[in-house]
Design a protein around this ligand. Structure first.
Ligand SMILES: Cc1cc2nc3c(=O)[nH]c(=O)nc-3n(C[C@H](O)[C@H](O)[C@H](O)COP(=O)(O)O)c2cc1C
Length: 332
């Protein structure tokens, strides 16, 4: 069993699990910007982990700690088995997805529909907790479909805390509508109810309550942190990584190292990209460059940076020098 004896930072800030976005290349970049924020993988299903190519789903860069593996699944034995795999692979946390509304996920009976199966979730989390020393956490919504009352999420959290001794709850502060909305619409249309998340912290002061959903700048982060233990940021951390995460260490972790800038970051990313390409495992520049597009957010010449780094012909050469070339056009 993996013994977690590293001293880990608080989950004051974290970057949300995002399928297709928060792969190890994105997380490597995010880690250059914030040394302390928790990073979450894309969701990996228990079936994929048990039957698929583990390295492909699990490999991460050593610099990524603290890093959490997010699982999708609901079978108790499978979840326990995958929690062990996560711990042995070196993850600092394993998180269960009870928030994803996609139909593909509903068929597998996991994701947001698990909010209607609190006993199953509690059993799964307990089974995971029983076999690993790393933190076992859950990410969920405040309800599904037309469940509008605060009591829904209160009872969900209360039951899991009691039955599974789970201590960390990451709450996407809106409902999931299981029918009629695409996953994208489900991140935009159901209204955000931050007050419900604040109330969870008041009702369960001994639990770690992390708020997620719709946070777009660091003043909002500071405001939420008056009421909850941490804030998880998804889309803004992806689309504007430097503006969003650049302040985190100094402002929220009391670590005033010099803030990362694009001119400092480009050579680091270039070295990383070169090594990844040379490792010969099929990684190409485009696999990394796609995550770098947002780095120029808010800067003059941002469009040129994005154009260069998304130019299929240029990317096809898979030469990491393209990063320096793109930066030159930006004047950094
Ligand atoms: C492209 C994309 C993929 C996502 N994939 C996942 C996922 O795999 N697991 C999960 O729990 N949430 C997933 N989410 C939801 C985010 O984790 C987060 O809860 C949501 O985007 C709200 O936070 P935000 O407003 O800060 O983006 C995804 C979101 C996006 C935009």
């Amino acid at each position: 069993m993996h013994m977690s004896n590293k001293s880990l930072p608080a989950r004051t800030l974290s970057v949300a699990p995002m399928l297709d976005w928060t792969d190890r290349h994105y997380r490597h970049m995010a880690r250059q910007i914030s040394h302390h924020a928790w990073l979450y993988t894309e969701m990996v299903t228990t079936g994929a982990l048990i039957h698929g190519n583990r390295g492909c789903f699990l490999d991460f860069n050593e610099c990524e700690h603290p890093v959490a593996l997010q699982l999708g699944g609901s079978d108790t034995a499978d979840l326990a088995q995958c929690a062990v795999i996560a711990a042995e692979w070196g993850y600092d946390e394993v998180n269960l997805n009870c928030g994803c509304p996609s139909e593909r996920v509903q068929k597998g009976a996991f994701g947001a529909c698990l909010m209607n199966e609190v006993d199953l979730v509690a059993d799964g989390l307990k089974a995971m907790q029983d076999v690993v020393d790393i933190d076992v956490t859950v990410k969920h919504r405040i309800g599904v479909d037309k469940q509008e009352e605060y009591a829904v999420v209160r009872d969900f959290v209360g039951t899991i805390a009691e039955k599974a001794a789970c201590k960390t709850f990451i709450v996407h502060a809106r409902n999931a509508w299981l029918q009629g909305l695409s996953p994208k619409e489900n991140r935009e249309i159901p209204p955000l109810k931050y007050e419900y998340v604040y109330q969870l912290k008041r009702d369960f002061p001994h639990l770690e309550i992390i708020l997620n959903g719709g946070v777009t700048d660091n003043d909002q982060v500071a405001e939420h942190l008056q009421y909850v233990d941490g804030v998880m940021v998804g889309r803004s951390a992806y689309h504007q990584p430097l503006t969003m995460m650049g302040e985190w260490d100094a402002r929220f972790y009391g670590d005033a190292h010099a803030a990362m800038t694009l001119s400092k970051l480009v050579p680091v990313l270039q070295t990383y990209a070169e090594a990844q390409i040379q490792a010969g495992k099929g990684t190409q520049l485009r696999h990394m460059a796609r995550h770098y597009l947002g780095l120029s957010h808010g800067m003059g010449g941002a469009r040129q940076w994005r154009r260069t780094l998304s130019d299929a012909k240029l990317l096809a050469q898979s030469d990491a020098g393209l990063l320096a070339q793109a930066a030159q056009a930006l004047g950094v």
